[in-house]
Design a protein around this ligand. Structure first.
Ligand SMILES: Nc1nc2c(c(=O)[nH]1)N[C@H]1C(S)=C(S)[C@@H](COP(=O)(O)OP(=O)(O)OC[C@H]3O[C@@H](n4cnc5c(N)ncnc54)[C@H](O)[C@@H]3O)O[C@H]1N2
Ligand code: MOO
Length: 391
């Protein structure tokens, strides 16, 4: 058995980034940049008024000011501001030459049709300087950035409408087990509903990956092998659940061997998810998770995501927090790193959720996190800081 840390390093080491492609800005959320992005212009591109008001010289603000014109956003000022002159200006408009201040409308009064006066003691400049946000030719986004909404707004601002990103992996989802029926069916006396394929599909959707579902395969080696081959022909990654441990019908590890896959690991010192298999062959990857729903849910979060993000060109940093535990916690000492469902209370403390093993997926409906209990640790004292992976 390898440690979880070793398993994570192995996944990163053995997984190669996919090819690059240019995609439309309207469709690039969560994709990973495959090159640095430079700005084609300064932002703002001109000295810009931050307020509706009057553009004038700071040195004149105690005087009566002649109004030369009204400058709307999107227009070019016609007049240069001279001594004791101003132009009415709108937020976002170009500040006219000669002005170094915009006084806010609310801080002025009209003297007559062509003159105004400033009625406060001092004013900020209220001007956004050309290039203060982004300089022309500046690298605004680095290769390897996962595009969130805020990055997409920067792409739009600099006119990068077809960013170069890494391709998305094609992912197959497959469930094994003769006891399984789909959720829309009534299980017979010895059957249960297929859970794993559906939470895996949802976990993929959160990453903006559309997994292709290949259904349930019964515990027949021949059928399982046939379907695994099909999945691998049509996809980059196969996510499979069940059939990985040591039972008579657990064929997945053997099939991978027969298909010539290199099995990087098949047991990890973790709980749940001890029998998690990671195998690769010629740019195809198999991540096989134990059948118990919590095991597959947790292993997808903790390892599977790293595999997929790695293919997508991202050095994924999982969202971890360190927070105090709300009460004394005790467990049986084990040699496996344990993952347990927890929630956060109103005092920002970690509260373990009642949980009785890797089939108990409904314990996770109240969970915002997975607490890590290291090997050999059998208790946490109240208030002790624990590591929690947010979910
Ligand atoms: N002799 C040993 N037996 C077992 C060991 C062991 O080390 N030695 N490990 C146990 C642990 S831990 C786990 S986890 C399971 C893993 O078994 P498999 O991955 O081979 O999974 P299955 O046997 O096919 O299923 C386990 C359990 O999960 C249910 N299941 C399977 N698929 C689904 C699905 N898609 N949706 C919902 N539930 C599913 C299945 O009915 C079983 O109850 O092995 C232990 N045994
Ligand atoms: O290690 Mo198994 O995956 O707990 O339940």
């Amino acid at each position: 058995m390898i440690t979880f840390k070793e398993a994570l390093e192995t996944v990163k080491h053995a997984t190669k980034k996919l090819e690059k492609e240019q995609i439309n800005i309207s469709n690039c959320l969560n994709r990973v940049l495959a090159e640095d992005v430079h700005s084609d212009m300064a932002i703002p591109p001109f000295h810009k008024s931050a307020m509706d008001g009057y553009a004038c010289k700071q040195s004149d603000i105690s005087n009566s000011l002649e109004v030369l014109e009204i400058i709307a956003a999107g227009t070019v000022p016609k007049h240069i501001i001279g001594k004791n002159q101003c132009s009415k200006i709108m937020t976002g408009a170009m500040v006219p030459e000669g002005a170094d201040t915009v006084i806010m409308i609310e801080h002025t009064e009209q003297i007559d049709d062509h003159h105004i006066r400033f009625v406060k003691n001092s004013s900020k400049s209220n001007i956004c300087i050309k290039g203060e946000d982004i300089q022309e030719n500046e690298v605004v986004l680095r290769k390897g950035t996962r595009l969130k909404a805020q990055h997409i707004s920067v792409l739009a601002s600099i006119g990068c409408t077809k960013p170069l990103v890494y391709k998305q992996p094609k992912v197959a989802i497959l469930a094994t087990g003769s006891e399984l029926v789909e959720p829309n069916k009534q299980p017979s006396i010895s059957q249960i509903r297929n859970i794993n394929s559906w939470h895996i599909q949802a976990q993929l959707q959160r990453m903006r990956i559309d997994g292709k579902y290949y259904g349930i395969v019964s515990d027949s080696k021949e059928d399982t092998k046939k379907l695994m081959v099909k999945c691998l022909e049509e996809n980059d990654v196969l996510l499979i659940s069940g059939g990985v441990s040591v039972g008579d019908y657990d064929y997945v590890p053997q099939i991978l061997k027969e298909l010539g896959f290199n099995t990087w690991f098949h047991t990890i010192a973790v709980k749940p998810g001890k029998h998690t298999v990671f195998a690769a062959c010629k740019g195809k990857y198999v991540f096989a998770m134990p059948g118990n729903p919590v095991s597959s849910f947790v292993q997808f979060e903790l390892l599977g995501k790293h595999l997929l993000y790695r293919l997508m060109g991202l050095d994924y940093k999982a969202p971890m927090v360190r927070m105090p535990i709300a009460s004394h916690f005790k467990r049986k000492k084990t040699d496996r790193l344990e993952f347990l469902p927890v929630r956060f209370n109103a005092n920002n403390q970690v509260v373990p959720i009642s949980y009785h093993g890797s089939a108990h997926i409904n314990a996770f409906t109240q969970a915002n996190g997975i607490m890590l209990v290291p090997r050999e640790v059998d208790e946490f004292m109240e208030g002790e800081f624990v590591h929690v992976r947010q979910i």
